[in-house]
Design a protein around this ligand. Structure first.
Ligand SMILES: Nc1ncnc2c1ncn2[C@@H]1O[C@H](COP(=O)(O)OP(=O)(O)OP(=O)(O)O)[C@@H](O)[C@H]1O
Length: 241
């Protein structure tokens, strides 16, 4: 298993944002992280990425603790709100990542990424002059440049135009085909149904369901034509907990 999360807990004051969840993801797996608002998805992703200090539990990447430099190198986190440098140009963001990760011969690939995400013409624009969608796309290009093995996406399809959504979905398929592991937090259940091999469903900090759509149908004794949305609404309904 390339990513292993065991007994992860994180609280904010009295709020148990993540309350002891465990799961493991294998190489090339694309997994949807689902849950109602406030379920703990972002907190989980940030704890895995090391951006939030966990209270308890362990997270390993390729068997190494996630705080180890080698493990961090293998991880990328793409936040819901694009976090870019206002005073750096698009190309300078790519240079910054290349320097941070000691990349060599990265320029051609950076050019291809910018081309692919329609940012080539904005190469010399400052971050402060870009739209939200463009900022989102730079974050994605930066995340892909150092070839991480595990990519954590928080609501990746929000704020992108239809072409960028299509590009990103294609990028997900390419990443999966090249053996990358993707954990994608999303409320877009039809996309999750098409894209993900399996899902993890969180509610109030706990993992309340997991598996492929077929496994969820069986666990919930649902009909063979029930959609992920049907299953999600049933499993997260208030009388379930
Ligand atoms: N920095 C923080 N300080 C205090 N409480 C927080 C903080 N971050 C998150 N929380 C709380 O932790 C819980 C889980 O939040 P989180 O953002 O992880 O949920 P989510 O599943 O990502 O929600 P959404 O789908 O709305 O993005 C919520 O009750 C939230 O209010």
């Amino acid at each position: 298993m390339v990513l292993q999360v065991q007994g992860l807990k994180k609280h904010f004051g009295k709020t148990r944002a993540v309350d002891g969840i465990s799961f493991a993801l294998g190489e090339g797996q694309v997994v949807g992280l689902l849950g109602p608002n406030g379920a703990g998805k972002t907190t989980t992703l940030k704890c895995i990425a090391g951006l939030l200090r966990k209270d308890e539990g362990s997270v390993t990447v390729g068997g190494l603790d996630h705080r180890d430099d080698k493990a961090r190198y293998r991880l990328a986190y793409i936040p819901e709100t694009p976090d870019i440098y206002e005073m750096l140009t698009v190309w300078e963001h790519m240079q910054f990542i290349a320097l941070a990760y000691n990349l060599i011969d990265w320029e051609k690939e950076a050019d291809e990424l910018l081309e692919r995400f329609d940012l080539a013409e904005k190469r010399n624009e400052l971050g402060m002059h870009l739209s939200k969608g463009m900022k989102q796309k730079i974050t994605i290009c930066c995340a892909l440049l150092h070839h991480p093995d595990v990519l954590l996406f928080d609501e990746p399809l929000i704020g992108l135009d239809p072409k960028a959504v299509r590009e990103l979905k294609n990028a997900f398929y390419d990443l999966k085909a090249s053996g990358k592991t993707l954990l994608i937090s999303t409320h877009m259940l039809d996309t999750a149904q098409n894209l993900c091999d399996s899902v993890l469903v969180m509610k109030q900090g706990e993992l309340i369901a997991e598996g492929t759509i077929e496994e969820l149908r069986q666990q919930m004794k649902a009909s063979a034509d029930s959609t992920l949305e049907d299953l999600f609404l049933e499993v997260t309904a208030d009388d379930q907990k």
